[in-house]
Write a protein that binds this ligand. Structure first.
Ligand SMILES: NC(=O)c1ccc[n+]([C@@H]2O[C@H](COP(=O)([O-])OP(=O)(O)OC[C@H]3O[C@@H](n4cnc5c(N)ncnc54)[C@H](OP(=O)(O)O)[C@@H]3O)[C@@H](O)[C@H]2O)c1
Length: 255
């Protein structure tokens, strides 16, 4: 039985990843803060085929959290074959209005927690010849003035992921970065709501305005990112290592 840790699995992309990996027969260790929402993901994952699901409801930005989740996974599922570092919540806004605390919080969850999970799960992943997928975002490649925290965190994650993919050579661990574009989740909805409020326009008008700005035909669905995640976690991706894959409907204008 293969097992996967998915962080930020209570909703959005993390929930879709959990259900997708369940369809591929992974047992799951799911982590986020909202226990009820995690229970719901667990229920849907079992229905989708996960042989066993455990949850840890905790603030993953705590320094001890990654070690605790890895230990609980090893105690209850016995092994780790995939680690999906997805939890992330960085504040948007005008750079001049963002505080040190905003930057520190953004890095604490998405960057430092990912580093700690990779370290804590490394030995188990070497035993299983497992996979790490770090979820970054297209803001890593295309800086935007209202996304200075998220963009910086995402760029840093790509650098870190590339570096540890070199460290992994010979260990059997495969490590990649996946950059979603503009995907329909609560997070995107909040962003569109903010824009609508700022400009005094409707949600639909703000959504359309943003779509045109990003040069995409449609917003992405969580399942469209999950399809690529499932590929990266499968033997079909055996030679895909140390790379960055954008799933963005063509949004990224550069190389
Ligand atoms: N959606 C997009 O368009 C998009 C684009 C580029 C990159 N991404 C990246 O994809 C990832 C998922 O995004 P999403 O859109 O699915 O976001 P989302 O809907 O806001 O979900 C974020 C997840 O992270 C968890 N989380 C937040 N703070 C946490 C904390 N302190 N401790 C533990 N868990 C925490 C949330 O669970 P709880 O609230 O229950 O703790 C939730 O499960 C993020 O890393 C994001 O940067 C998303």
């Amino acid at each position: 039985m293969r097992s996967a840790i998915v962080t930020g699995a209570s909703r959005g992309l993390g929930k879709a990843f959990a259900i997708g990996l369940a369809r591929d027969g992974f047992a799951l260790s799911l982590a986020a803060r909202d226990a009820n929402a995690l229970e719901e993901t667990a229920r849907e994952a079992r229905a989708a085929g996960a042989p066993q699901v455990i949850i840890t409801a905790t603030d993953l930005s705590r320094p001890e959290a990654a070690g605790e989740v890895v230990q609980a996974t090893l105690d209850q599922l016995g092994r780790i074959d995939a680690l999906i570092n997805n939890a992330g919540a960085t504040k948007r806004g005008d750079f001049l209005a963002l505080t040190d605390e905003d930057f520190l919080e953004g890095f604490a969850l998405k960057y430092h927690t990912t580093v700690r999970f990779c370290r804590a799960a490394w030995e188990a992943l070497a035993v299983s010849k497992g996979v790490i997928v770090n979820i970054s975002g297209v803001g890593a490649h295309t800086p935007e003035p209202d996304f200075t925290i998220g963009g910086s965190v995402n760029s840093a994650l790509i650098n870190f992921t590339k570096a540890i993919s070199k460290r992994a050579q010979g260990s059997g661990i495969r490590i990649n970065t996946l950059c979603p574009g503009h995907i329909v989740t609560d997070r995107l909805a909040r962003r569109i709501e903010t824009r609508a409020a700022e400009r005094g326009i409707s949600f639909a008008a703000a959504q359309e305005e943003m779509r045109l700005e990003h040069g995409i035909a449609t917003y992405g669905q969580p399942d469209e990112v999950t399809n690529v995640l499932r590929f990266l976690c499968s033997p079909a991706a055996s030679y895909v290592h140390g790379t960055v894959i954008n799933v963005d409907g063509g949004a990224t204008p550069g190389l």
